[in-house]
Design a protein around this ligand. Structure first.
Ligand SMILES: [Zn+2]
Length: 361
């Protein structure tokens, strides 16, 4: 098994290491509760090497802010940092990628990066010499984390990666996305570990057209997305009428919200629609496409979420996984384009996730 690095070792200004790792010597004072749930986070400075040039919102600064907060032990977020370990990524294999993408597209993407063409298909999808290699690592982060979850070395895992993935189609990049990280992880979980029924919950501000396209004919993958209504928002898909095809009708569920919605409709949908959908589908694994661009100060959408909503979303993910698929919760970073705000909202999400996970054990 890979060595897991405890993040607090990097910075212990607050004395967290000594407080959390002190071993009680007196049986009367020994804490008899089970150890806190372990969350594995995939991080690697290689993800900063995908260079999108000046003035592009999907910038390395996004992850730099997230990693900085991680190095500070998520100070200000009241996280049980001793429960967090770091996992390095590995590149996705050809076989893992071709479960979702065409060979021709993979060659086209690799060639565009190595030839330093600047972008692929549309100037939104900027890339650099290193982008193909980095995209393979982003797509392989999910499978690497899934292997650890299946080995029971953690009860939840997250991939702090870029480029994001949920807009990437079988043979085309879209909206800063090149490889569909969530779709690759889903097929990997099914094919390598035999978990058949996978639920993907996507609350990035934008509809994950690429995830939907990958699974809209597959009744064993439930794709549920809460996003800004396609009338007002990129990429123009994700209408509530899109429900999946044939035997998969009903395992695609789009819940579009109008601009200015705020938190309340999300909380209501989680309770009235998402929970019943999860109960009837009973997933064997849960993947969260975690985008933070719905925040009111992120100008990529008009959804007007508060920072606190992400705490609820973290709680919801951990509670749902504990109920239907304990130990099999994976989240993958999608959008979120104000770097400092992204880090704050992610910290809130993790705080909610770990708090709920601790209550469930
Ligand atoms: Zn987005």
């Amino acid at each position: 098994m890979k060595k897991l690095i405890n993040i607090v070792a990097a910075d212990d200004k607050n004395g967290l290491v000594s407080r959390l790792t002190r071993v009680p010597t007196n049986s009367y004072t020994m804490n008899m509760r089970s150890p806190p749930p372990k969350l594995l986070l995939v991080r690697d400075d290689e993800f900063l090497m995908h260079d999108t040039g000046r003035d592009h919102p999907e910038s390395p600064a996004r992850l730099q802010e997230v990693y900085r907060l991680l190095d500070r032990g998520f100070s200000g977020h009241r996280l049980p940092v001793g429960a967090i370990g770091i996992l390095p990524p590995r590149p996705a294999s050809r076989e893992e990628l071709t479960a979702i993408h065409s060979e021709e597209y993979l060659l086209r993407l690799e060639e565009a990066a190595l030839a330093e063409r600047g972008y692929l298909d549309h100037p939104d999808n900027r890339l650099s010499y290193d982008s193909y290699r980095v995209a393979l690592l982003a797509a392989g982060a999910g499978p690497a984390a899934i292997d650890e979850l299946e080995a029971k070395s953690a009860t939840a895992a997250g991939a702090l990666i870029r480029p994001p993935g949920h807009h990437a189609e079988r043979a085309a990049p879209l909206g800063f996305c090149f490889l569909n990280n969530a779709a690759v992880a889903t097929r990997y979980w099914q094919q390598r570990h035999g978990r058949k029924k996978i639920m993907i919950i996507d609350w990035d501000a934008h509809h994950g057209n690429g995830i939907q396209a990958a699974f809209e004919d597959d009744p064993e993958v439930f794709y549920l997305s809460i996003h800004e209504h396609p009338t007002w928002s990129f990429p123009g898909t994700g209408w509530s009428e899109e429900r999946g095809h044939g035997p998969a009708r009903g395992t695609t569920l789009n819940l579009p919200l109008t601009p200015g919605s705020g938190d309340e409709p999300v909380l209501r949908l989680l309770k009235e629609v998402v929970d019943p959908a999860m109960e009837s589908f009973a997933p064997e694994a849960l993947i969260i496409a975690a985008g933070f661009d719905g925040h009111r100060d992120d100008d990529m959408s008009g959804l007007a979420y508060s920072s606190g909503l992400y705490h609820h979303l973290g709680r919801h993910a951990a509670t749902g996984a504990a109920r239907y698929c304990p130990g099999r919760l994976l989240f993958q970073l999608e959008g979120g384009y104000q770097p400092a705000l992204l880090a704050t909202c992610l910290g809130n999400f993790l705080a909610g996730l770990l708090a709920a996970a601790a209550e469930e054990t």
